[in-house]
Design a protein around this ligand. Structure first.
Ligand SMILES: Cc1ncc(COP(=O)(O)O)c(C=O)c1O
Ligand SMILES: N[C@@H](CCOP(=O)(O)O)C(=O)O
Length: 468
């Protein structure tokens, strides 16, 4: 399998190359040159497989000959062995049509673990016979940070620098990152910044030849293709349980950086019968505006009770614009450069039509989010987090053909957002036993001003030089 950049001029890479690169050298994102597909009988045969086996089967076409099938299965078995639920991503029924896909049973209690537990192992696998040392630079609005740190803390050939916007993640999210103390872990709180600012710094570092000349920089955010590949699996897991390939299924996905919902698009491209992917946003609604009117313009980030979705520059949207818009990388590079200068762009007709075939969108404000959280609690006795509440609001607002089940992705454990949950439903979710002592743990992080120069100097001083 070969990977090409959405901006058309970086060299094509195999799976190993794309995983270690993270972001393409032309600033684009790697996507497979063509989508592998599964015939109906192959999808039917996925029913009942243990999650690790299903994961190896769905991902093997993307991995190609970079990892042998038996070894890939060993890696998925190890990665998903860390989850607290045997089903890894269990599906719950709310009522006749509404379902909930729980993605938060991994070590850090958010859907990010599904991909990052594997990505940590993939990095190690690809580095084991090499002299290279990886410098991971990542940005987080709360959940990627702890999941990535948990996946790579203590690994010999990796340093991780994780940037979060100071004061804009929940206390539990911050402590989950900053209490993981290891010599290769560097948490950085960026002052007076949003997630978008932190993500822009990360992307800038990939294009900074002074940094890339000294350090082998890589990514753990969903700009890294391997993240999305691992997230495709749970769409298959849920859909086959609900009758795929003989029945269509719809998904409602709480969305920020567009990685999770793009994984659903990939599943559809691979042959999974998906009726609709509902992009659920909070009031930071650039994706809702883009999908409903073609207007992709960033208005600045407003903090909400769903901080992980407080994002306006949505990296993976570029992958959709590339694929749905006809895969013209050179034209897209121009369009993206325009957006980077003006923070606004209009989708082309091809991009709008390509997206409309599968996606719709909904936006939830604070009251609508709380109402959906109350609906889950009062009707089904389920405590859900505010991100999941946004997804559920969108699911309940979407009309589907009769007989099509709607699956809302439950992206985080409610205990990560205790005060917001208490405000909405009057219940405070307890921290699960594996992080029961979180509030007593020592924290370690650096505060830096919100300038690229400050962050680059900090990384340069602590990272390990490595040949490219
Ligand atoms: C809890 C939670 N829900 C939803 C999202 C949005 O997912 P994505 O950025 O893949 O769209 C995130 C962060 O990305 C998250 O942490
Ligand atoms: N919501 C994320 C932000 C970035 O997402 P990623 O999926 O691109 O890593 C977070 O919680 O950190």
């Amino acid at each position: 399998m070969e990977y090409v950049s959405t901006r058309g001029s970086a060299p094509a890479l195999d799976f190993r190359g794309a995983t270690l690169a993270g972001l393409a050298s032309d600033g684009g994102l790697y996507v497979p040159r063509a989508w592998p597909t599964f015939a109906k009988d192959k999808i039917a045969a996925m029913a009942g497989l243990p999650y690790a086996q299903l994961a190896a089967r769905v991902m093997q076409p993307f991995v190609g000959n970079c990892i042998a099938p038996e070894r890939l299965l060993e890696l998925t078995t190890q990665a998903y062995g860390t989850f607290a639920h045997k089903a890894v991503t269990p599906l719950k029924q709310f009522d006749e049509t509404q379902w909930l896909l729980e993605l938060f049973h991994g070590p850090t209690l958010a859907f990010k673990d599904v991909a990052l537990q594997l990505l940590g192992l993939l990095f190690e696998e690809f580095l084991k016979d090499s002299e290279q040392h990886l410098t991971i630079v990542g940005a987080t609005s709360g959940d990627t940070g702890s999941a990535a740190i948990d996946a790579v803390a203590g690994r010999a050939k990796i340093d991780i620098f994780m940037l979060h916007p100071k004061g804009r993640v929940s206390e539990v999210q911050r402590r989950q990152m900053t209490s993981m103390i290891a010599p290769n872990v560097h948490n950085i709180a960026i002052c007076d910044a949003s997630f978008d600012d932190a993500q822009a710094m990360v992307k800038r570092m990939f294009g900074d030849t002074e940094m890339t000349g000294r350090f082998r920089i890589s990514a753990v955010n969903s700009i890294n293709w391997a993240r999305l590949m691992a997230q495709v699996v749970y769409y298959f897991a849920a859909a086959v349980q609900l009758g795929a390939p003989y029945r269509k299924v719809a998904f409602s996905v709480p969305t920020g950086n567009f990685g999770d919902v793009f994984a659903g698009y990939v599943a559809a491209k691979m042959g999974l019968p998906i009726e609709r992917l509902v992009v659920a946003t909070n009031i930071n609604d650039i994706l809702h505006r883009a999908l409903s009117s073609g207007d992709y313009s960033a208005h600045g980030v407003t903090p909400t009770d769903a901080p992980s979705m407080d994002i306006q520059v949505s990296s993976n949207f570029e992958r959709l614009l590339f694929d749905a818009g006809g895969r013209d990388g050179i034209a897209l590079a121009d369009q993206m450069r325009g957006f980077e200068t003006t923070r606004a762009m209009q989708l082309t007709n091809a991009q709008r039509d390509g997206a409309a075939a599968l996606f719709s969108s909904e936006r939830a404000d604070a009251d609508q989010t709380a109402a959906a959280m109350r609906w889950a609690w009062e009707n089904c006795g389920e405590v859900i987090d505010p991100h999941t509440g946004i997804g559920l609001h969108a699911a309940l607002a979407t009309k589907l053909p009769a007989g099509v089940p709607m699956v809302t992705l439950a992206t985080a454990h409610p205990a990560k957002f205790g005060p917001a949950v208490e405000k909405a439903i009057g219940q405070t979710p307890a921290l699960p036993p594996r992080i029961g002592d979180l509030l007593e743990r020592e924290e370690r992080y650096e505060e830096l001003p919100g300038t690229y120069e400050a962050v680059a100097a900090f990384v340069a001083e602590r990272a390990t030089a490595s040949p490219s």
